[in-house]
Design a protein around this ligand. Structure first.
Ligand code: UDP
Length: 331
């Protein structure tokens, strides 16, 4: 089975390509390298790399047809909450317009399976936690809104055209490849764990805690952090399930355990043994107070089990990668 992975040179995409190769799939990566890294591909030698854009209908059509691709895993998107609030336009352009161009190409080529990289941001401010998949969908930022728009397109495309899909709604992806080959390198970096670890390395001046007046035990936001390799493994399970005839589905992916911003910083201090300068700041627009997943559905239906679930391991694997790659990938 040959799989096209869009955004396969990015953070979650590259870790998933590694798991797909390990599971014996043939993989073609399509990435425009706007946020992905060519050097990540050097560690994914079994995969074919094509630099290009998902909106390039001719290129995508040719790849799907000539390579006999039977499944698309779609990671290529913008994914920063704060950036999306300040500037929604590229979020609609990339996540909706370009995404739909890809979906059209998939429909025309008759590709039967589609796995979509979605997010807990589709839920918005939770009415109850842990969040189950049938929770109301009311995103509080354009990032979540654009991911939800694409999920809805998939639902209708399945009904009308029979494209079988699985949406994986990630909570907070973190950590790095336990083999130390792949890691997290966003430019600009805005995520909590990378910034905390860069502060520990002394290459980032200090972490600002975004809001200390949330209705949470210590006043800071609570998130459910999940190891990127556990996420990657879920994509392989999802594809195998579709191949085995499972109907289209939506699954949360998290560890069902929330950590506050202050707790994350404390664990990072322990894991690194370094000083991490911290200051308190205002809330970041668009951030819900608490996001914790129920992952019961994917555990039950696909047998997914996290291998790197505890926060020490998540931060520890990220720390190993940053120590060796303080400036991230070479290119
Ligand atoms: N956060 C923070 N300071 C930072 C970056 C993030 O306090 O410099 C907080 C943010 O408000 C959120 C949590 O850390 O509550 C995780 O944010 P991140 O950007 O890592 O992921 P997101 O939840 O946006 O996907």
């Amino acid at each position: 089975m040959h799989v096209l992975v869009t955004g396969g040179a990015g953070y979650i995409g590259s870790h998933t390509v590694k798991e797909l190769l390990r599971a014996g799939y043939k993989v073609t990566v399509l990435d425009n390298l706007f946020r992905g890294h060519r050097s990540a591909m050097q560690h994914l030698r079994g995969a074919d790399f094509i630099q290009g854009d998902i909106v390039d209908r001719e290129l995508v059509a040719e790849l799907l047809k000539n390579r006999g691709i039977r499944a698309v895993m779609h990671f290529a998107a913008l994914s920063l909450v704060g950036e999306s609030v300040a500037n929604p336009s590229p979020y609609y352009q990339n996540n909706v317009i370009k995404g739909l161009a890809l979906l059209e190409a998939v429909r025309e080529a008759g590709v039967p399976y589609f796995i979509f990289s979605s997010t807990a941001a589709v839920y918005g401010e939770p009415e109850q936690v842990p969040i189950e998949e049938n929770h109301a969908l009311r995103p509080t930022n354009p990032y979540g809104a654009t991911k939800l728009a694409f999920e809805e397109a998939l639902r209708w495309y399945d009904k009308a055209y029979g494209i079988k899909y699985i949406c994986l709604r990630y909570f907070n992806a973190a950590g790095a490849d336990p083999d130390g080959e792949l890691g997290e390198d966003h430019r600009p970096e805005t995520h909590l764990i990378p910034l905390v670890l860069k502060a520990a390395l002394g290459i980032y001046p200090g972490v600002t805690v975004f809001g200390t007046d949330y209705p949470t035990p210590d006043g800071t936001c609570v998130r459910d952090y999940i190891h990127v390799t556990d996420l990657a493994a879920a994509h392989v399970l999802a594809l195998q399930a579709l191949e085995g005839g499972l109907p289209s589905a939506v699954y949360n992916l998290g560890n069902e355990r929330g950590y506050s911003v202050r707790e994350v910083i404390e664990v990072a201090r322990r894991v690194t043994g370094r000083n991490i300068p911290v200051k308190e700041g205002d809330r970041r627009p668009g951030d819900p107070a608490v996001l914790v997943a129920s992952s019961r559905r994917i555990r039950k239906e696909l047998g997914w089990r996290p291998c790197y679930g505890d926060l020490e391991t998540i931060i520890g694997t990220a720390w190993e990668w940053y120590r060796l790659h303080p400036e991230g990938y070479e290119n």
